[in-house]
Design a protein around this ligand. Structure first.
Ligand code: KIV
Ligand code: ZN
Length: 519
């Protein structure tokens, strides 16, 4: 393995959170940050401190608690932004301020309404101010791939002189192609006289599907930091998918002559956690982490795999922490067996968590003959969701009647925050609608259901159904997820999960039901 390292800069909590439809709480961001620490990324961009009080709080909390990776906050080239970035990260073990300003003509004219010299001056001042606080400063000329190259050289040189230790070249609109992007990095190396005083970073968006290839092309030309998001999240079509970049470097490291510091065995878990918390599913054919990434369907491929794994597999699934598909546990398995399998999957639980997991496992094993690793991962996700959001209202029973010529009718029993059991009934256009109506009558939080999706966790008629929903309350969106072998029950669990999030937000702001604040 080469000692020439490419630093992995994760921006799931900043650019990833900019994906339309994602809004994470401080606790959720912390949970992702802790998993990124286990993944051993080099830099976590924890947020954009000046953008909102919630972001400031999340960046500060992550800076206080997460050890190992550099913790960065984004800041526009404005003194107030740089000051709050520093305020938020100052307690980090290794703090970084990441300041940025647009550099392309179209952005200068249409967004900033400033001339190139004014913008250059703002960039220099921001970097100098950031350096006054912190030794580690990153500068990004936004929309660098559509920026006049001579101006780009000048800006990069001036910002390195002003103290930037990393210069990031973003393909903000995902316009570049690999050969072209590589050429731009090569030209920057050749024409910026002080470039050896800074690390070259790249930050590619995926509008044309080129984000990961562009990033690797830049590495070949000397970039030594790659920015991206888990599962390719990010603004519009997303950022470079970090798992793709990491595994390209891991698998083709000899050709590329570089390596990363990442613990690749944590990739699957990280992907799953991010998908779970954001409610953004991973497409089945997604490289590295999609459900089909290591599945061989055609006869010829299956035959090849029986003869030798490397016939059709370039990576060992275990190297990315893929759970094995072999049957591991069943109805007769005991607590110790469950604990040891969960540990192998990377879940280290305390006694009360094991008790809870074992009860859920037994319940599942009663209904499902074979409990696979994928089922266990799903059970762990449900448990995490309950611990995260808490159970302001909890679901005790759901019963529906529906069918041809019937009015779908549901009866639900919930336990309220005071511990009382409440039962009510509702009708709807279908069984899920009826269940939601009955729940609404009890909980009384007005909202609009904006998304409803069911996925199967494994194959087979007894598979767990995984339901993801989004509800909107004023301008806030809350994600809810639930799984069960019965998809009506899974739907009810997902709805309760989303409602409990909305209620937790109201409680935090001491608001009456129906008045979630806009953040
Ligand atoms: O895409 C982009 O240009 C950015 C910058 C803030 C680095 O996200
Ligand atoms: Zn971006």
């Amino acid at each position: 393995m080469s000692n020439d390292k490419v630093l992995i800069f994760d921006t799931t909590l900043r650019d990833g959170e900019q994906s339309a439809g994602i809004g994470l709480t401080v606790d959720e961001k912390m949970e992702i940050a802790k998993q990124l620490e286990r993944l051993r990324v080099d830099v976590i961009e924890a947020g954009f401190a000046a953008s909102s009080p919630g972001d400031f709080q999340a960046v500060s909390a992550i800076a206080q608690e997460v050890r190992g990776p550099i913790i960065a906050s984004l800041a526009r080239c404005m003194s107030g932004d740089v000051d709050s970035a520093w305020e938020a990260i100052k307690n980090a073990e290794r703090p970084r301020i990441h300041t940025f300003i647009s550099s392309s003509d179209v952005h200068l004219m249409d967004i900033l309404s400033k001339n190139p010299e004014e913008v250059l001056g703002m960039a220099i001042s921001a970097v100098e101010r950031a350096r006054g606080y912190c030794e580690d400063v990153e500068f990004s000329p936004m929309d660098a791939t559509r920026t006049d190259i001579e101006y780009l050289y000048r800006m990069v040189e001036a910002c390195i002189d002003a103290g930037a230790t990393t210069v990031n070249i973003p393909d903000t609109v995902g316009y570049s192609m690999p050969g072209e992007f590589a050429e731009r990095i090569r030209l920057i190396r050749e024409n910026v006289p002080n470039i050896d005083k800074a690390t070259i970073s790249v930050h590619c968006h995926n509008d044309l599907g080129n984000a990961a290839p562009n990033s690797i092309a830049a590495v070949i030309e000397g970039a030594r930091q790659v920015e991206g998001c888990i599962n390719g999240l990010g603004e519009r079509a997303g950022n470079a998918s970090l798992e793709e970049v990491i595994m390209t470097i891991d698998t083709r490291g000899e050709t590329l002559g570089v390596s990363t510091n990442v613990d690749t065995r944590q990739i699957y878990r990280t992907s799953r956690l991010v998908s779970d918390i954001t409610g953004f599913p991973v497409q089945p054919n997604k490289a590295i982490v999609g459900a089909n990434a290591f599945r061989h369907a055609s006869g010829i491929h299956q035959d090849g795999m029986i003869k030798g794994r490397t016939t059709f597999e370039i990576m060992d699934p275990q190297s990315v922490g893929w759970p094995s598909s072999t049957l591991v546990l069943g109805k007769l398995s005991g607590r110790a067996g469950l604990r040891s399998r969960l540990e192998e999957l990377g879940y280290h639980l305390d006694e009360s968590q094991i008790d809870e997991a074992f009860a859920a496992f037994k319940e599942l094993a009663d209904r499902k003959r074979e409990v696979t690793d994928a089922d266990l991962v799903s059970l762990m996700s449900s448990q995490r969701r309950q611990e995260d959001v808490g159970q302001i209202y909890s679901l005790d029973r759901v019963q529906v009647t529906c069918g041809n010529g019937e009015i779908p009718t549901a009866t639900v029993r919930l336990t309220n925050p005071q511990g009382e059991s409440i039962t009510d009934a509702g009708t709807g256009t279908g069984p899920v609608d009826a269940v939601y109506e009955a729940i609404n009558r009890i909980v009384g939080v007005p909202n609009t259901l904006t998304e409803y999706r069911v996925d199967a966790v494994t194959e087979g008629i007894d598979a767990l159904g995984d339901v993801t929903i989004r509800i909107r309350q004023n301008s806030n969106t809350f994600v809810g997820r639930g799984s069960d072998t019965d998809i009506i029950v899974a739907s009810a669990k997902a709805y309760m999960n989303a409602l409990n999030r909305a209620l937790a937000e109201m409680e935090e702001h001491h608001l009456p039901k129906g008045t979630v604040p806009t953040s």
